[in-house]
Design a protein. Structure first.
Length: 541
């Protein structure tokens, strides 16, 4: 395409020069590898012409020839690994053209307007980001992007789009945000830049191969070469980004400034939705099946609460970008399952202990179950500590124990430690990582090979935090069983207690007074106000 050269040479000439610097590292490594062979050829030629007769040249020639053969063998194996090792590829949801013909048309139109090659395919990531990903390495198979066939050399990169953008952004906003990303296909098609990127990707993959037993010798030279070309490769990418940004200046530039505000808003809402709403469900073996639809509700609520976001909801009357998909519900479900894998380590497929949950069922199937599972755990911990039991699992038993422990930090610490230990044992028996149930969620889910998330959301919490969570759960369960209360869902804060349809946000400080100070009076007053009966047994899971 005619714009391929100009976008590099005119927009950011340093990109090509840096690419050539990376390729010079490769050339020097190649020259160093063939140097013993060249010396061996010189010695053999001199011996055959009689110019190096007599000792010690026969022995020297033999040694050099053996060394040359060894270096060529080792270098050949290393080169083969660099050429054929599969580089790391971000897990994504493939989006074939049949599933989003309007989106493909919009992306091709962008590419035509900027005179750059169109991306070879589109995929979705369950995160608030978009980028181009080159999947043309010789050994990389495109895993569903093109039916499993091996990527063709020279193919344009894949456009990866953050799935929350499709649901929250309007069509025009998404187009404006994607313009500089799509413009990056121009530099990607430049032969020098493509060659340099392929060399760096191969070295990066060779480093991973070198981490395997018995292959450490491959990793060492790969790391050395990476260090030698790291600075130039980074500058090359900066130049490519600058060139793409320059090329996209003429496409929806004014709208892009407004759309970038939506990117920041989407990121904030997405983070809250994952950590406050999705994480409690994942820890119980349930995964919300429509996270992207949920982010719209979360961001609408954020816009309503935040004075700085006033006016954003008026744009919801415009066409959402998810209308560019043929079956948005199916795509949302696939992205939601991938989000659980990436951020929690859940299985790749639904199963008996890893089932989807709809938003309408979330309060009953996640919130209420979470509270009762934690209530059961705190009473099991009290039993293990030989705390006197009443007529059943009552809130009064918990209140009395923590009140009697006032001034005796080691009783309170013992209960917190017991909860932490019980939770860790549950996770180990279920085959999960130790941070999976850090907020005291329900029964952990067995995740097998996916036990460690690629991008964990939160570190494990302290014993005191777990104790406060379990006391809160016990209070909420008692309120549901003995007062006019119900489990609820807040799109930004996750599980909440509803009393006569209204959220009660004043429980947390009263629980902290009990847990940290051993003072039950603020909590007892709150319970009396709501009509909660602490002496009544609570239904457990």
């Amino acid at each position: 395409m005619s714009g391929t050269g100009s976008i590099v040479e005119g927009g950011a000439p340093s990109a090509r020069s840096r690419a050539l610097a990376v390729l010079r590292v490769r050339s020097r490594a190649l020259a160093l590898g063939v140097l013993p062979a060249a010396l061996a050829v010189v010695l053999l030629s001199a011996r055959m012409t009689g110019r190096l007769a007599g000792d010690p040249w026969p022995a020297v020639t033999l040694v050099v020839c053996v060394l040359a053969v060894l270096v060529l063998l080792v270098g050949g194996v290393f080169a083969a690994v660099v050429l054929r090792a599969s580089p790391a590829v971000t897990p994504t949801v493939p989006l074939p053209e049949s599933a989003a013909p309007d989106l493909y048309r919009m992306v091709r139109d962008l590419a035509d307007r900027m005179d750059v090659p169109a991306p070879s395919a589109i995929a979705l990531t369950p995160d608030c980001d978009s980028w181009l990903e080159d999947r043309t390495h010789a050994a990389h198979r495109r895993s569903g992007i093109s039916g499993g066939r091996e990527a063709e050399p020279g193919a344009a990169p894949v456009l990866v789009i953050g799935s929350p953008f499709l649901w929250w952004m309007r069509v025009a906003e998404l187009r404006a945000v994607l313009a500089p990303v799509v413009a990056g296909t121009g530099p990607s098609a430049h032969p020098d830049i493509a060659d340099a990127r392929g060399f760096v990707r191969g070295l990066d993959a060779a480093v991973d191969v070198g981490g395997r037993p018995g292959l450490g010798w491959i990793g060492r030279p790969a790391r050395l070469l990476l260090r030698l070309c790291q600075a130039d490769a980074a500058e090359m990418e900066r130049g490519v980004a600058a060139a793409a940004s320059d090329r996209a200046q003429g496409v929806d530039y004014g709208l892009r400034i407004v759309a970038q505000e939506q990117v920041g808003l989407a990121y904030a809402g997405w983070d809250r939705l994952l950590t406050r709403v999705a994480l409690p469900a994942w820890r119980m073996g349930r995964w919300p099946a429509h996270l992207d639809a949920g982010v719209v509700s979360a961001l609408t609520e954020l816009s309503r609460r935040d004075r700085l976001a006033e006016g954003f909801t008026s744009r919801l009357g415009e066409r959402p970008a998810c209308d560019l998909l043929e079956r948005p519900g199916v795509i949302d479900e696939a992205a939601s399952l991938l989000a659980a894998r990436l951020f929690h380590g859940g299985p790749a497929e639904a199963g008996p202990d890893w089932s989807p949950v709809d938003w309408a069922a979330y309060p009953e199937e996640v919130v209420d179950r979470k509270w009762r599972a934690e209530a059961a755990r705190i009473h099991a911990a009290l039993d293990a500590l030989a705390v006197p039991a009443g007529p059943g699992p009552t809130l009064d038993r918990v209140l009395r124990h923590l009140t009697d422990a006032a001034g005796e930090c080691a009783a309170a610490e013992a209960l917190a430690g017991r909860l932490s230990g019980d939770l860790a044992r549950e996770e180990r028996s279920a085959g999960t990582d130790t941070g999976a149930g850090a907020d005291g969620g329900g029964a952990a889910v067995a995740r097998g090979a996916d036990a460690v998330p690629l991008f964990p959301l939160q570190p494990p919490r302290s014993g005191r935090d777990l104790l406060a969570d379990h006391v809160t759960a016990m209070v909420c369960a008692a309120a549901v069983d003995s007062a006019d209360a119900a489990p609820g869902l807040d799109w930004l804060d996750g599980p909440v207690l509803l009393v006569r349809g209204e959220r009660r946000a004043d429980l947390a400080p009263r629980v902290l007074s009990l847990v940290e100070d051993g003072d039950p009076e603020p909590l007892r007053g709150w319970l009396a106000e709501l009509g909660v009966r602490p002496e009544k047994p609570v239904r457990l899971v």
